[in-house]
Design a binder for this molecule. Structure first.
Ligand code: ADP
Ligand code: MG
Ligand code: MG
Length: 258
C-alpha cells in the first residue's frame, strides 16, 4: 500500500509564512482528521498539496510513494493518486457532471493520454457511472446537470463524492466537507466517503474545525494544527476533548504558536 508523507513542510502566502514545519504520514486505508481553529493553516495545507500557485513551499517535502509531488503539476498529482475534493473550478459553462467525470477518469486511468484522445468508452463509462450513482443513492438525472451550475452546497458535495467514487484515488484530502451542509447532507456525504474509502482503501485526510462530520467519518488518527504546526497527535479522544472544551486549552498550552 502507498504512503503519503509530509515532512517539515513550510508554506508561505505573499511572503508570509503560514505553515511552519508540518509533519504528517498517511497510509492507504487510514482515516486521519486534521482539526484546528480558524486561521491555523488547514486550508493552506490542502492548497499547497494541490499545487495552488499562490502557496509557496519554502522548505520541506511531500511525497506519494516516494515520488515528490511538490514538483508535479496538478494533473500529475491526480495521476499519481492524489484527490482533492475542491480541485475543479466553481463552474465550467457547458460541461455536464458526466462529461467532466469522463475526462477526469480517462486522465487518471490512462496517464499517457493526449488531450482529446483515448477517452474511456462511453458505454463502459455510462455503466460504471450508473452503478456508482446507484450505490450512492443519487438520481441519474444529476449526471446531466451542468457542473456546479446552480448546485446547492449539498449537491456540490455529492458531486465530489461521486468524483471520489469514480476516480478511486489512493489518497483524498477533504477540506471542510461539512461546511454549509445540513445534518442530513453531512450524513449522506459521509456515508458516501466511507463506502468509497472501504472499497478502494483510500487514505483520507478530513480537514475540519467542527467535530460534527467526525461522528460519521471515524478517524483513527487525529491531529491538531495550531499556528501552522501540528501541536497534538492522538486518536478519537482528541475529537471528544475538542467537542467538550473547544480550542482554549490548545491556545493556553501552546501560547508561542498563536
Ligand atoms: P484555516 O483553513 O485553518 O482556517 P487558512 O489556511 O485558510 O486557515 O489560513 C491560514 C492563515 O493564512 C490565516 O492567517 C489567513 O489569514 C492566511 N491566509 C489564507 N489565505 C491567504 C491569502 N490568500 N493571502 C494572505 N493570507 C492568507
Ligand atoms: Mg479559514
Ligand atoms: Mg480552511
Amino acid at each position: 500500500s502507498k504512503v503519503l508523507q509530509i515532512s517539515n513542510l513550510h508554506v508561505a502566502i505573499d511572503g508570509k509564512e503560514i505553515l511552519k514545519g508540518v509533519d504528517l504520514t498517511i497510509r492507504q486505508g487510514e482515516v486521519h482528521a486534521l482539526m484546528g481553529p480558524n486561521g491555523s493553516g488547514k486550508s493552506t495545507l490542502s492548497y499547497a498539496l494541490m499545487g495552488h500557485p499562490n502557496y509557496e513551499v519554502t522548505e520541506g517535502t511531500a511525497t506519494l510513494d516516494g515520488q515528490d509531488i511538490l514538483e508535479m503539476e496538478a494533473d500529475e498529482r491526480a495521476k499519481a493518486g492524489l484527490f482533492l475534493a475542491f480541485q475543479y473550478p466553481t463552474s465550467i459553462p457547458g460541461v455536464t457532471v458526466a462529461n467532466f467525470l469522463r475526462h477526469a477518469v480517462s486522465n487518471v486511468r490512462n496517464p499517457d493520454r493526449k488531450e482529446g484522445e483515448d477517452l474511456i468508452s462511453m458505454r463502459e463509462f455510462r455503466k460504471e457511472l450508473r452503478e456508482q450513482m446507484d450505490e450512492l443513492g443519487m438520481d441519474p438525472e444529476f449526471a446531466r446537470r451542468y457542473l456546479n451550475e446552480g448546485f446547492s452546497g449539498g449537491e456540490k458535495k455529492r458531486a465530489e463524492v461521486l468524483q471520489l467514487a469514480m476516480l478511486r484515488p489512493a489518497f483524498a484530502i477533504l477540506d471542510e466537507t461539512d461546511s454549509g451542509l445540513d445534518i442530513d447532507a453531512v450524513r449522506v456525504v459521509s456515508e458516501g466517503v466511507n463506502k468509497v474509502a472501504a472499497k478502494v482503501s483510500t487514505g483520507i485526510l478530513v480537514i475540519t474545525h467542527y467535530q460534527r462530520i467526525l461522528n460519521y467519518i471515524k478517524p483513527g488518527f487525529v491531529h491538531i494544527l495550531f499556528g501552522g504546526r501540528i501541536v497534538e497527535n492522538g486518536g478519537s479522544e482528541l475529537v471528544d476533548l475538542l467537542e467538550r472544551e473547544g480550542y482554549d486549552w490548545v491556545r493556553a498550552k501552546y501560547p508561542e504558536a498563536a
